[in-house]
Design a protein around this ligand. Structure first.
Ligand code: RRO
Length: 319
């Protein structure tokens, strides 16, 4: 059975065609060739690599990823473990054989590093670059997405040197004025897509039995993922959709574990979604399950395609 026999759930992000509106978030299980190939073979609508730096990094000391709570939330302080950008320039073009968009995530430790890396993916045959403005876990490196002036300089510089559609991965914002200000920067910078949200940074999870933090790096502080962050992901998508130019695509991320969660993000205006914690906890089978659940839900509701309901969230009536 092919779900496409029943309904059209294809979507477009930054001019790229995705057969399914769901793919992996940069982070879990997308560092090595083997991991990236497994994503290619799955129902993931695209292949997105782990954020890369100028030189390879082994990341922060273990334990650096833990699940917590009944809903399988997560805390991580991976610290950008990756093979270094030169490896991804080699590895990623071959993944085009899977017939889906291939996207490189870039997270230089300085602006100069980021521009060098972004430039290096030009003419490699891959489809797009996602510039990560929101890694919460590198000691001594604040998240650039919370510094509007620095973000503006970096994004404008990156768009200038990139020959590919360029998007940004944003941290969550908790005040509407911040979303508006960031949207205005992005509207005038030439970005083609926005991914929101990265894991809310600097959370702390405590183990009562051992009276200690769950993870080791940075005093136990880390980025939070899983269902507990979904309301903030939805809110950021909804408000960015209101403030961003309509031609800028939005990819939602944060707490997706079901087809119904994907439907919520699409209703808030996302063009596609990414899955982080749920993928990390369960592997590539999640993509097929999510696609089937989404198809069933859309069919039950009587819609024929994503276009029929995307962005159509209603405000509940006053009583
Ligand atoms: O590697 C990480 O510690 C990490 C990154 Br780059 C990111 O963007 N978000 C996250 O939760 N962890």
């Amino acid at each position: 059975m092919d779900v496409r026999d029943f309904i059209d759930i294809s979507t477009e992000v930054a001019g790229l065609q995705l057969e399914y509106p769901v793919f992996n978030a940069s982070g879990p299980l997308c560092v090595t060739t083997q991991e990236l190939r497994a994503i290619g073979e799955s129902y993931s609508g695209a292949i997105l690599s782990k954020s890369c730096t100028l030189v390879p990094r082994s990341g922060n000391p273990e334990p650096r990823y833990k699940e917590f709570g009944d809903e399988r939330n997560s805390i991580n302080s991976m610290g950008l473990p990756n093979l270094g950008y030169r490896e991804y320039v080699e590895i990623l073009p071959a993944l085009k054989s899977y017939g889906k968009p291939v996207i490189a995530s870039v997270s230089g430790l300085t602006q100069e590093d980021s521009l060098t890396i972004v430039r290096s993916f030009n003419n490699t045959g891959i489809d797009a670059v996602e510039l990560n403005l929101s890694c919460p876990n590198v000691p001594g490196k604040p998240q650039i997405g919370y510094d509007f002036e620095a973000s503006k300089n970096l994004v404008k510089g990156a768009v200038k040197v990139s020959g590919l559609p360029l998007g940004v991965k944003l941290p969550p914002f908790f005040d509407i004025s911040h979303i508006k200000e960031m949207a205005e920067i992005l509207n005038s910078s030439g970005v083609k897509f926005v991914t929101c949200i990265n894991s809310p940074g600097n959370g702390l999870v405590v183990d009562v039995d051992t009276e200690s933090t769950l993870i080791h790096p940075r005093g136990g502080f880390g980025g939070i993922g899983g269902p507990c962050i979904k309301p903030f992901g939805l809110a950021n998508v909804r408000k960015f959709r209101e403030f961003l130019n309509p031609e800028i695509s939005i990819i939602g991320a944060g707490g997706i574990t079901s087809g119904s969660d994907i439907f919520e993000y699409l209703l808030c205006g996302a063009d596609a979604v990414q899955v982080g914690t749920h993928f990390m906890n369960n592997g590539t089978s999640v993509f097929q399950n999510l696609v089937y659940e989404l198809v069933k839900l859309i069919m039950d509701k009587g819609y024929k395609s994503i276009q029929d309901f995307k962005g159509n969230l209603r405000i509940t009536e006053a009583t």
